[in-house]
Design a protein around this ligand. Sequence first.
Ligand SMILES: Cc1ncc(COP(=O)(O)O)c(C=O)c1O
Length: 427
Amino acid sequence: MEIVEEYMSRVHDADLYPDHYVIHQKQGNQLTIECEQSGKYYDAINFGSNDILGLSQNEAVKRAAIEAIETYGTTNSSCATLCGRIDVHRQLEQEISRFKGLPHTYLFLNAWMALQAVMDGFCHLAIPVPDFRNTRETLILTDIQNHGCITSAVVNADSRSGKLLTQSPKVRVKAYRHINMDNLKQKLERFARPEDRIVVVSDAVFSMDGDIVPLPQMLDVLERYPGCVLILDEAHSSGALGATGRGIYEHFGLSPQDVKDRGIEPIIMTTFSKFAASAGAAISSYSKAFIELLDACPTSIGTISPPPSTTAAALEAVRQLQQQPDLPRKLRENTAFLRRLLRDQGFEALGETNVVPIILPDGMAPKQFAKYLLETMDIWVSPVWFIAKPRLRVVVNVSHSQEDLCNLVDAMVNTREAFSDVFKSAC
Ligand SMILES: Cc1ncc(COP(=O)(O)O)c(C=O)c1O
């Protein structure tokens, strides 16, 4: 442990460790939070939450969660494969299938487990069957800036538990440049072999840059590889993109059927922690066989099924979105409003969605900037400093008023000025 002790003390000395906050109360975007380090309390406006449609405090969603607890208790106390699903699991799977336009869906506790199951299942066929031998290698192409759950699943894809159980063939993983479809094309031309099973996997909206995968151009590249599989992670696009919030396909005026018609096999991962006011993930596909296979994967058999309350909350949230089709439009209006304000004040905001990463002027550290915003102006945003281009990350939601967004930008302007004065006096 000495090395850990030494390392962590260096992390603290370099002010790299995140401050810890405890939320004591939440109403809309208004929070009472405590900074654990200082013990101070703040009544702040939240600009970091992923509750983009504001449904986590919707009365019908809360009631659905409470009723599920009353009907089934607080947990299912086992995995679905061994002890069965509850009816709410099946209803949510059917709802997601309708919502995403793919007939078969299976639920997971979260995105990380869902994608691990996809790799175990697709690459290694999970359970050994007498006299059946999978001989075809898998080639996976992944955007270099994909979310950590994708990166983790694909880097482990060659050594997943399925491989230990069977003699499954190799999995080769190649990263392509961020949303660069020419580079994806080049990588496919260079690495794809005739017998490969090809998988391309991408965030639909990138969680750190707030930009959108160029799906039409991607399909033009992929249709040269009939039978290839396209997995899109819709964590940040569900509820946000498309006229009715159905996500990336609706955004581009496409459907999964269009993709299928071009010889590409669409798979969608939906997550419930953002638009659906809950937790958990779902994998949807045209292939019933593939969804059955997921049920037999280690991350399905070896862990608890999604709890009744979170499953019911997600189900009601997806229904609420369909009953309130204006929510995605409102989200986009708020996003456009904030992005315009930031531009007018000379801030560099990346991407084009409600995930708004803001690169600060040289030398201004996001962590200190965010701390100043909270301590002096009761504004709470997420600082990100572990990646190549440190940034503030604002997530716009439908419950932000224009006044909230103006207050945020005014506070950022004041903070930038305060920090510039500190730099000037230090010179
Ligand atoms: C693109 C993307 N995929 C997956 C996840 C993980 O989702 P969850 O924690 O809801 O399972 C996130 C979380 O932020 C994400 O941004």
